[in-house]
Design a protein around this ligand. Structure first.
Ligand SMILES: [Zn+2]
Length: 426
């Protein structure tokens, strides 16, 4: 039976969130998994019935044997929590109708909504919230539902409760760690993309002085580091924890060579570029196009002045003169096209700028649509944390132009512009 496997899994995967484990510990103890799965499904109580969504058994126990659904089991957990964990919407609905409290907390301070986040049970969460569950309840470790969703990489769940129910995506737990810390620690890159998009604070330091980038580096999560660095600034790479170490130093301490190399490299690149205010930085942003343009113009003028209309040379015949001026015409046309090429919009994706004048009062300030098809399909990489847009497929963010470009190919230093969608029909 597949449901047996599910429940065993669930007991194992529950543990880190219940025990907290602190970002540093985080070991899965899996002690509860020792119970035989077969025995468990046969157990005759409302908790098992709720966990398996066995409505027949649940109704029999409640209506004929007088079992209560509002009392915790031997371990201190509620039937509603078990139903929420396994996304048993019908069972949850029944339990609520029979007096189960959506806001009751177990001995760790977690509610059914916390448990629904473990496996991203959106339907049950929706039911719980509609029945009045509080979205920002914190457990004994200070974890809210958004923390649990980030700990288990439930990006769609997180998206749902933040956009629809205004859960706080950037709240620190008791150790000062936000959902972004957890997503970085566990290496859930999509979750990080979403949280950055929702304006989670990248520079937040926990009790140990660690930022999300520190945690991603400690665990050697290369993709997580990449996403954080791409959306970040040079300062993020220079931040030190309470022991005075930067993310790159921590990564090499833990022997994550790839990550250490990546972070070191990123810092050199940013050093170069982003002394953006310095003259060198601005020059590299300008690219080679102006220099090329000037050189060609200079050569052209020299050619006209010293070859075509030079007074000391013998006069050209009409035929040669025509040819010479035709060359000048071609070169000038080239210059004009070159200029257009450098200045043309290569297919920048329109930014999501809220115009304060055209904005009506009742318009929500949400930067993210509730039912964006790309996000519902789980294409989290279409989120740009810098431009704050959901970009089309195959669009990428150009770090030189600092804009998203449709069908981005590369940023060309020779024309000082991006090569993208619009370049195919110049
Ligand atoms: Zn962008």
């Amino acid at each position: 039976m597949s449901s047996e496997i599910e429940v065993v899994d669930e007991v194992e995967s529950r543990d880190p969130a219940i025990n907290g484990g602190g970002a540093a510990g985080g070991g899965v103890s899996g002690e509860a998994s020792g119970i035989g799965a077969a025995d468990e499904s046969l157990r005759n109580d409302v908790y098992t019935a709720a966990a398996y969504g066995d409505m027949e058994k649940l109704q029999r126990l409640v209506e004929f044997e007088g079992c209560s659904v509002s009392e915790p089991d031997g371990l201190g957990y509620y039937a509603l929590q078990w139903a929420a964990l396994n996304n048993r919407t019908a069972a949850a609905q029944y339990i609520i109708e029979r007096g189960g409290d959506v806001n009751s907390v177990d001995h760790t301070g977690q509610t059914a909504l916390h448990w629904s986040a473990v496996r991203g049970a959106i339907q049950v969460a929706e039911l719980l919230l509609q029945e009045g569950a509080r979205v920002n309840t914190a457990d004994m470790y200070g974890y809210q539902t958004t923390h649990v969703a980030a700990q288990y990489g439930q990006t769609a769940f997180l998206y749902h409760i933040v956009t629809k129910w205004n859960a706080d995506p950037d709240v620190p737990d008791n150790d000062g760690r936000s959902p972004l810390h957890w997503a970085a620690y566990k290496g859930f890159a999509d979750c990080i993309r979403l949280l950055l998009f929702l304006d989670a604070y990248k520079g937040r330091q926990d009790k140990e002085g660690c930022t999300p980038l520190h945690w991603a580096a400690i665990r050697g999560n290369l993709e997580a580091c990449t996403v954080l660095v791409q959306a970040g600034k040079k300062e993020d790479l220079m931040m030190t924890d309470n022991t005075g170490l930067t993310p790159a130093q921590l990564a090499s301490d833990k022997n994550h060579r790839q990550v250490a190399f990546f972070l070191g490299n990123a810092r050199r690149l940013l050093d170069k570029r982003c002394d953006g205010n310095s003259r060198l930085g601005q020059l590299s942003k300008l690219g080679l196009a102006p220099i090329l343009w000037c050189i060609i113009l200079l050569l052209l003028v020299t050619y006209i002045h010293s070859a075509i209309i030079a007074s000391e040379l013998p006069r050209l015949t009409a035929g040669f003169g025509l040819l010479a001026w035709f060359g000048v015409f071609l070169a000038s046309a080239g210059l004009v096209l070159f200029y257009k090429c450098s200045n043309k919009d290569p297919g920048f994706v329109r930014m999501n700028v809220h115009d304060p004048q055209s904005m009506k009062d009742e318009e929500p300030l949400l930067k993210i649509e509730i039912n964006n098809p790309a996000l519902l399909a789980g294409n989290w990489s279409q989120l740009c944390a810098t431009c704050k847009i959901v970009r089309p497929l195959r669009a990428k963010h150009c770090s030189t132009c600092d804009r998203c470009v449709e069908q981005f190919d590369h940023h060309c230093p020779w024309v000082s512009n991006c090569i993208g969608k619009a370049c195919t029909h110049l």
